[in-house]
Design a binder for this molecule. Structure first.
Ligand code: GRE
Ligand code: ZN
Length: 333
């Protein structure tokens, strides 16, 4: 069965160099001696095992895609350069987007482009997004759950970028990044990042977006979350219940939280191989809102598809999850 992967990551060599050229102690920076990215003080991730796969398209990535029937993958740059100081970020993002466009041309029809934007300079971000979509045919904006301590994607200053996403008819992927909460950062990278901090930070950001009223103000805005919605499908009903019980004038959402699934908010399967988690997600938000995301190379494409093949789904449900829902989002195969 054909498939389209919405979460598949790369780094361009220029992105590596951008992080390597930063001073020690500026976060994030790349320590050349140990080949390690440091995200926050005390939070270091060894890139060794990912480095080659992030930069590769032809040797390993495409071969695995072919073996699994993944016809197309949306390629995005996961955390690193979007929230660098604006001047550094503008240059690094432009180089990464240009490099991705080259890859798309080199392998026609296999890779779809996701823009990375210098988000702290909103005007430059809007301009670069417009360029990537109109000139390069990119289909997505990859952004992250925070842009620094206390700088969150729901804040009004970032709305022009979200509005541009909707106006251009593309969608955004709200991808995790390292939480700034010390509570998650004391026990190392796994807890701070993919083990827990990623999910908590991203769930917090999408809930903030809903409460900010952004989906009511920009009704065509479409946001995709990885990891089966970062636990929101499991927790949403309780949240709705408590938000209704204790309303606050700052909550601007006109609908209950559940009303945004399938219209504004969608999820992918990335990084979770639990059958109960799949069943909960499908029961809570419906199969029409779930799409394939492998999170390669941080996770394994083979494991993701192998797991999905064991999930109890009808053929019709599989078709929706593997490609039909993505087609409806505008990713035509
Ligand atoms: C991810 O995309 O899931 C990811 C990163 C960086 C480190 C680990 C990880 O982007 O899982
Ligand atoms: Zn990812």
């Amino acid at each position: 069965m054909k498939k389209i992967d919405l979460e598949n990551h790369f780094y361009d060599i220029s992105s590596v160099e951008a992080l390597q050229s930063r001073a020690k102690g500026d976060y994030p920076y790349w320590d050349k001696e140990t080949n390690t990215i440091h995200w926050l003080e005390g939070i270091a991730m060894c890139q060794d095992k990912f480095y080659e796969n992030l930069l590769d398209f032809a040797n390993i990535r495409l071969k695995i895609m072919d073996e699994l029937g993944i016809e197309k993958a949306v390629i995005s740059l996961a955390p690193g350069i979007e929230a660098l100081p604006p001047e550094e970020s503008r240059i690094a993002c432009k180089k990464a987007n240009d490099a991705l466009y080259k890859v798309m041309q080199e392998f026609p029809g296999r890779f779809l482009g996701s823009a990375i934007l210098p988000i702290l300079d909103v005007d430059a971000a809007v301009e670069e997004l417009e360029h990537c979509v109109k000139d390069y045919g990119f289909v997505m904006w990859q952004t992250h759950s925070n842009y620094g301590a206390g700088i969150d994607p729901d804040q009004k200053k970032f709305w022009p970028v979200w509005k541009k996403v909707a106006d251009l008819g593309i969608f955004a992927y709200l991808h995790p990044t390292v939480s700034h909460q010390p509570k998650f950062n004391e026990y190392g990278y796994a807890m701070a990042a993919p083990g827990l901090g990623f999910t908590i930070d991203t769930m917090g950001s999408i809930v903030r977006m809903i409460l900010s009223g952004i989906f009511d103000e920009i009704p065509d805005l479409k946001v995709v979350l990885g990891h089966f919605g970062e636990a929101l499908p499991f927790l949403m009903e309780r949240m709705e219940n408590r938000f209704s019980w204790l309303p606050n004038p700052k909550q601007k959402n006109k609908e209950q939280m559940g009303a945004y699934w399938g219209k504004n908010i969608f999820v992918t399967t990335s990084g979770n191989t639990s059958i109960p988690a799949f069943e909960c997600t499908r029961a809570a938000i419906g199969i029409d809102s779930i799409m394939l995301g492998t999170d390669y190379p941080f996770e394994h494409m083979e494991e993701c598809v192998g797991y999905l093949e064991t999930c109890p789904m009808t053929e019709e449900e599989k078709e929706k999850l593997y490609y039909k829902n993505a087609e409806k989002l505008g990713l035509y195969l």
